[in-house]
Design a protein around this ligand. Structure first.
Ligand code: SF4
Length: 412
């Protein structure tokens, strides 16, 4: 293994040379071609000891790569260990109950990753093992360019460049490249550049992508000046030489996110809270949620919405606000906690323990409040016999005082 090249890559390389370097081997390309030896030596002596780096098992590498999409290393470590303990093989993941999988994923966000993981695990189990090429891996659900290349190189020693945000930053700084990294063409060019300098020895091939990412994560860092004095490849860096590194990479401003107002109900009844399942497709598909409606409803409108579900409001406990940020949208939530009578429509499930249900992080603040209210209810036993109006003086709590400033969570 070690000398393969993706279909179409030759074309991309020649495009990259012609348009980006002007000459087949200018100063820029020459410096970049000298990158692997010092970078690999540094990586071998300094890389963080992460569990997915000490294995060549494609299953373990794949799980780590999927978890690390949109999630920081420190946050992934615990999830990764628990996940592999529950599903130690691709077959175990393929046959896992969806609810158990979602429960283990709870808090990581981007739940479609977990669903795709299981869909891909079933395909892999059916075919008796992972495809061992970039092109084969790309066909699996949830595996894109970057992940296919990362698995192909680390597990199967394929010379495939995996370009993530770290690699984009490192390479644009090294080559003093001011192209917009949000543009697909920039990514293609950088992939071609890295592919061109990929080492040949199998042991080097397995770690080269990781070494670039590690440099980006620990030395050529985002959000502040790069630590050029500690950098093993500073002599090869045009961005450092020309004083532009700190301004790189260039990224065109993102479009602003769509804001969606929601009213969420924490409906309590005899020590239980109402949940329902989200639709089977779309955002947070198939996960549990607190019943909610579109729009920021005031108290009378919220009471009408509760009655429309066939429930009778008994006691309004409080109101809070929360925000959750997805990649392309923000949920601004008004969340009412109230005691009700009745069972509600078909699809409402009344539970006394939220722990057993995978409620996505988007509802984290509401869930915290629901757990607190359930605990409080257990202690009150009948105090709430009297009917109380929506968050009026008789409610015993001032509207908005429980988390009324709102909380913002971010995930996917
Ligand atoms: S010298 Fe500085 S800017 Fe260049 S790659 Fe190293 S840390 Fe990044």
């Amino acid at each position: 293994m070690g000398t393969n090249r993706s279909p179409g890559l030759e074309k991309t390389l020649s495009f990259s040379r012609d348009l980006c370097y002007n000459l087949p081997m200018n100063e820029n390309a020459m410096k970049l071609s000298r990158l692997p030896p010092p970078l690999l030596a540094w990586y071998r002596g300094n890389a963080r000891d992460l569990p997915w780096r000490s294995t060549q098992d494609p299953y373990r590498i794949w799980v780590s790569e999927i978890m690390l999409q949109q999630t920081r290393v420190a946050a992934v470590l615990g999830y990764y260990a628990r996940f592999l303990e529950s599903f130690p093989t691709v077959e175990a993941l393929a046959s896992a109950p969806e609810e158990a999988l979602m429960k283990l994923w709870e808090g990581l966000g981007y739940y479609s990753r977990a669903r795709n993981l299981q869909r891909a695990a079933r395909l892999v189990a059916d075919r008796g093992g992972f495809p061992d090429t970039y092109a084969g891996l790309l066909k699996l659900p949830g595996i894109g360019d970057y992940t296919a290349a990362a698995i192909a190189s680390a597990a199967f020693a394929r010379r495939e460049a995996a370009v993530d945000g770290n690699v984009l930053r490192v390479v644009t700084r090294l080559t003093d490249d001011h192209s917009d990294i949000a543009a697909p063409r920039t990514k293609q060019n950088i992939r071609a550049r890295v592919q061109e300098i990929f080492p040949e020895a199998e042991a080097d091939v397995r770690i080269f992508n990781q070494s670039l990412m590690e440099l980006g994560a620990t030395v050529c860092v985002p959000g502040g000046p790069p630590k050029c004095l500690l950098c093993p490849v500073r002599e090869l860096c045009l961005g450092r030489e020309r004083g532009t590194a700190e301004r790189l990479p260039v990224k065109a401003p993102q479009k602003s996110r769509r804001v969606e107002e929601k009213t969420v109900f924490l409906l309590l009844r005899e020590g239980e809270a109402a949940l329902r399942k989200r639709p089977a497709s779309g955002l947070l598909a198939g996960l549990w949620e607190f019943p909610n409606v579109e729009g920021a409803l005031d108290e009378p409108a919220a009471a009408a919405a509760v009655r429309a579900w066939g429930l009778a409001p008994r006691a309004w406990r409080n109101r809070l606000t929360a925000r959750h940020i997805f990649s392309h949208a923000e949920w601004h939530m008004t969340c009412y906690t109230l005691e009700v009578r009745g069972r509600g429509p078909e699809g409402f499930v009344w539970v006394d323990n939220l722990e057993q249900h995978a409620v996505p992080a988007a509802f984290a603040r509401c869930r915290e409040e629901a757990e607190r209210a359930l605990g409080e209810q257990e202690n009150e036993h009948g105090i709430l016999e009297e009917e109380r109006g929506p968050l009026g003086p008789k409610a015993g709590k001032t509207p908005g005082t429980q988390g009324g400033e709102g909380s913002a969570s971010k995930s996917p």
